[in-house]
Design a protein around this ligand. Structure first.
Ligand SMILES: [Zn+2]
Length: 309
């Protein structure tokens, strides 16, 4: 067993299951603060995709393909790795050209872009169409340390997989002693709220979470009600900018879950537009548009998306 299967047990299991179910997406974004681990997961997934002796979706790590992928010496897995400050449009063009050839050893090909947070805007734009309509059976895997530097249009076209952070035991204990429940602590880790909740009391966090959850549901089902709820239900429980940030981070987490569930649905296009608009609202808020206005605008746009206009 390779280290990544134990450190990222849940994610490797889910990826293996999508292979078995033949539900592998065109494009992924693996996000993790630990670059070594993220790169390791990227290669492991390629091994899983190509392995000749895989079991239940897990690669054998022994066969010729698995070994050559690990050594970066397998022609159907194209790796982009750059020591430079940025990955530019020329590099992406040559990858696209290379990926345009048919598979050398197999019918399927994969492209792995390491350090994808270094993609320039032009390079990201150049990737867009490729992510959307790859020429043939191609899986693209972007590996990055965060989602912050990506265009919303990229984020909405990839399946985002957030690597589990090594849970900080001390923090977990501290949260427990502050009265946080285990489900709330798990959510804090998954949504990476560790630094934000430090000053928050447990009871109030639960309130924020409940509001975020129900507002998210309203937004995707009844955006007009979501619009009204901003002033009526959300603002009364939010006292400062940190709580606004917690609320938005929770929404981001619910959106990422939602997008994964929606991947195979006929309303996928609609869901993706909603997520783009959410990311836009978050950017507005970061640019100092008021919290209230950012959410209300999002609700208005969600209404027109859902009505299909
Ligand atoms: Zn193998």
């Amino acid at each position: 067993m390779t280290a990544i299967v134990s450190t990222q047990a849940q994610i490797t299991k889910e990826l293996a299951q999508t292979i078995v179910a033949q539900r592998v997406s065109h494009s992924y974004l693996f996000v993790g603060a630990n670059q070594i681990q993220t790169n390791e997961l990227g290669l492991w997934f390629c091994q899983a995709l190509f392995c000749q002796n895989s079991q239940a979706g897990y690669p054998c790590l022994q066969c010729d393909y698995c070994r050559r992928i690990a050594q970066h010496d397998f022609p159907d897995v194209v790796l982009v790795q750059s020591d430079k400050q940025s990955i530019g449009v020329d590099e992406i063009r040559s990858v696209k050209l290379e990926m345009g050839q048919t598979g050398v050893e197999s019918a399927h090909r994969a492209c792995v872009i390491m350090g994808a947070e270094k993609l320039t805007v032009a390079a990201e734009n150049s990737l867009l169409k490729f992510l959307e309509e790859p020429a043939g059976a191609i899986t693209t895997i972007l590996l990055a340390n965060s989602t912050n530097n990506f265009l919303p249009t990229i984020l909405s076209r990839v399946q985002i997989i957030q690597l589990a952070a090594g849970q900080d035991e001390q923090l977990t204990q501290k949260l427990h002693s502050q009265g946080y429940s285990q489900p709330d602590i798990d959510l804090i880790h998954k949504a990476h709220l560790e630094n934000l909740v430090a000053a928050e009391d447990a009871e109030h966090f639960t309130k924020l979470k409940t509001q975020a959850q129900s507002w998210f549901k309203l937004l995707i089902t009844n955006p007009q009600q979501a619009f009204i709820a901003v002033a009526a239900s959300i603002l009364p429980v939010i006292e400062n900018r940190i709580q606004q940030q917690i609320f938005l981070s929770l929404l981001e987490w619910y959106f990422s879950q939602y997008l994964q569930q929606q991947a195979q649905q006929p309303t996928w296009h609609q869901s993706r537009r909603l997520v783009e608009q959410f990311l836009h609202a978050q950017k507005l808020w970061q640019a100092n548009v008021s919290f209230e206005n950012s959410l209300e605008q999002l609700a208005l746009i969600a209404d027109s998306i859902i009505k299909g206009s």
